[in-house]
Design a protein. Structure first.
Length: 614
């Protein structure tokens, strides 16, 4: 029974709860004056969240800490001046597909996706580098404040400088890995929907650290489970005492995830006696506890209707004390067998389960070994161009668990492309329209056929899509097997756009147009979509209006014209289409009067239209 508070509201704890929702990583534990441990706010961490420079915090507290953590938090919050450039020639069904493949550093990609996909991703799966001493770690530059980072990140990075080997000889072996993972997971958490979940494949080297890291980012209460997957049968040669044949799958929710799969079968529930409480099963009524520890649960049970006695198991005790057992008997929840040598059972009703599924942490015994994943790539390529891929069946299981038919799935360590392959395969199975966003760094492979891992990923999705569509031509004729390739690059805007005070007087004439010369109209369109937070997978069409080429996104969601010589005749014709948004090139207006009058024209003809220029 709950007791009355007998005090006024504790606004401090209410404020802590509010801050915990916004900044779960700032919630910590501290001691009161009387020595009791209570929940508190890590003000140093909160200052860092709200700061554009590194802050110091010497206060001791319970937390995961490592050299570089504050720098990682700083860079997670720092802005970048980059964009996504469409690549039609590497895409499949560019104009109609709902899927995206982003090529580039996933830290940049996750930042670029924040406006558009905040709280919209239902499931994230990642298979990051395992930090075995042979894997590559993303080389991020954290030794600068956000303003310097903003300026530097306006320049295109060289691929060769983005990855370094993280050998065990490195004194920051774990720290570098954590520093790499922290900002990426922090940004990923923001993209998850409130009912979304993230699944992380990981090995023994970092499973403890990833748990602590995710406890901080997602909140300890949002931990779902750590599943164990047996990935091979044979015993490999190992320097340590035990040959590891398993990996882990760590799962966290954003807020209110409800499992849709991962369940035991409910086929054994039935209602043979027409109990009004519904289907039930006969469940065990004892627990494995020593009678000396629970003497009040070690007694002879008597059926009040027949008087038959059922002595306790000498190695176990009843699950309930006598008073609780009497209540269950009166409710008709104890099943007494006619044979007293058998044990009474508990009547457990399906309708009383907390959720409509019964997840088990050992469900991954159903997932095949890694050899299946290798065979899948061999079937598609004739050989396996990628080491240690995950089997598609693993991802299909996760998708069934975590997604409905129209949900969005993100994998920002796309690797061989297993998650994208699985999305297409499951859609073919159940008629779904799940969408994927795959992100992969173009890490060099040294191969002649596929120069980077990103090339392998794209080709795997192409081949898998074609194979699945051919196999399901009759049952899934409209299956989306395409993807838009978008490549991370420096901003479409010249440096003067970000730092106008740095331009010298003699360079002013060269800066009349603030857009880089090598950028296309479609490049500009996708930067506008990013800036405006418009879905990057919406259908795009082009039309000619008054002699000018115009992009229309999702019919009338956005109209964009980046040509020069824009006049009032064209503006009036475009306004008559009543787009929700309209955007023009800042240097594209035929005269200053047109630029001045454009908003007034739209207010008269299409007041619903939001007008911008770049």
């Amino acid at each position: 029974m709950e007791k009355l508070k007998l005090h006024s509201p504790d606004f401090t704890q209410e404020n802590i709860a509010k801050l915990a929702e916004l900044f779960p990583n700032c919630v910590t534990e501290s001691k009161n004056k009387d020595g009791t441990v209570t929940r508190a706010i890590d003000f140093d961490q909160l200052r860092q969240e709200l700061s554009t420079s590194i802050v110091d915090g010497p206060q001791e507290r319970y937390q995961l800490n490592w050299p570089g953590k504050r720098e990682a938090l700083l860079t997670a919050n720092a802005p970048i001046a980059k964009t996504l450039r469409p690549c039609r020639e590497e895409s499949v069904d560019f104009d109609t597909t709902q899927n995206l493949f982003i090529e580039g550093d996933n830290l940049d990609a996750l930042k670029l996706l924040q406006e558009t996909y905040l709280n919209k991703v239902k499931m994230i799966y990642i298979d990051p580098p395992y930090n075995t001493g042979n894997d590559f770690i993303y080389e991020d530059d954290f030794a600068e404040d956000s303003e310097s980072y903003f300026e530097r990140s306006n320049q295109k990075d060289e691929i060769g400088n983005r990855m370094v080997a993280n050998t065990e000889a490195n004194g920051r072996f774990h720290s570098d890995w954590l520093t790499m993972m922290y900002p990426r997971l922090k940004l990923a958490q923001k993209l998850l929907s409130d009912d979304g979940a993230i699944f992380i494949s990981i090995g023994d080297d970092e499973v403890a650290n990833i748990r602590k890291l995710c406890d901080e980012i997602f909140g300890e209460d949002n931990f779902i489970a750590t599943f164990v997957w047996k990935r091979r049968v044979s015993s490999g040669l190992a320097e340590k005492l035990v040959s590891t044949d398993h990996e882990y799958l760590v799962a966290y929710q954003k807020n209110g995830f409800t499992s849709l799969g991962l369940q035991k079968s409910f086929n054994n529930y039935s209602n043979p006696d027409n109990d009004p409480r519904g289907d039930w099963i006969a469940d065990n009524l004892t627990v494995g506890m020593n009678k000396d520890l629970r003497p009040n649960q070690f007694y002879t049970l008597v059926d009040p209707n027949t008087g038959k006695s059922y002595p306790p198991n000498p190695n176990r005790v009843w699950a309930y004390i006598p008073s609780s057992m009497d209540r269950l008997i009166s409710e008709g929840r104890i099943i007494f067998p006619t044979d007293t040598s058998r044990r009474p059972m508990l009547k457990r009703f399906k309708g009383e389960l907390k959720i409509n599924v019964n997840p088990v942490s050992t469900w991954m015994t159903e997932v095949p070994l890694n050899t299946e994943a290798t065979r899948e790539l061999q079937d598609l390529f004739g050989q396996s161009p990628f080491g240690y891929p995950k089997p598609t069946s693993l991802l299909i299981h996760l998708l069934k668990t975590s997604t409905a038919k129209n949900d969005l799935v993100l994998d920002f360590f796309a690797g061989s492309g297993t998650s994208s392959h699985a999305v297409i395969a499951l859609n073919a199975m159940d008629g779904g329209a799940r969408r994927f966003i795959a992100i992969q760094l173009p890490e060099l492979t040294g191969r002649e056929d596929y120069s980077s891992i990103a090339e392998i990923t794209k080709e795997r999705i192409r081949r898998a899509g074609q194979k699945i569509k051919a196999e399901n031509a009759l049952t899934a004729p409209d299956l989306d097997i395409g993807f838009r390739v978008l490549k991370i690059d420096s901003s479409n805007m010249k440096d003067v756009y970000y730092a106008p005070d740095a331009v010298k007087q003699g360079d002013l004439l060269a800066q009349v147009d603030n857009i880089r010369e090598d950028r296309t109209a479609e490049d500009l369109l996708f930067q506008v979509l990013l800036d405006w937070g418009v879905d990057l997978a919406l259908p795009i069409t082009q039309e000619t209006i008054a002699g000018k080429n115009v992009f229309f996104v999702d019919s009338n969601a956005l109209a964009a014209c980046f040509e020069t010589g824009i006049n009032e005749e064209f503006v009036k014709a475009l306004a008559a289409r009543h787009p929700l948004r309209a955007v023009f090139r800042d240097s594209g207006f035929g005269s200053d009067s047109v630029k001045i009058n454009i908003e007034q024209i739209f207010k008269l003809i299409s007041p619903i239209t939001e007008v911008k220029s770049l």
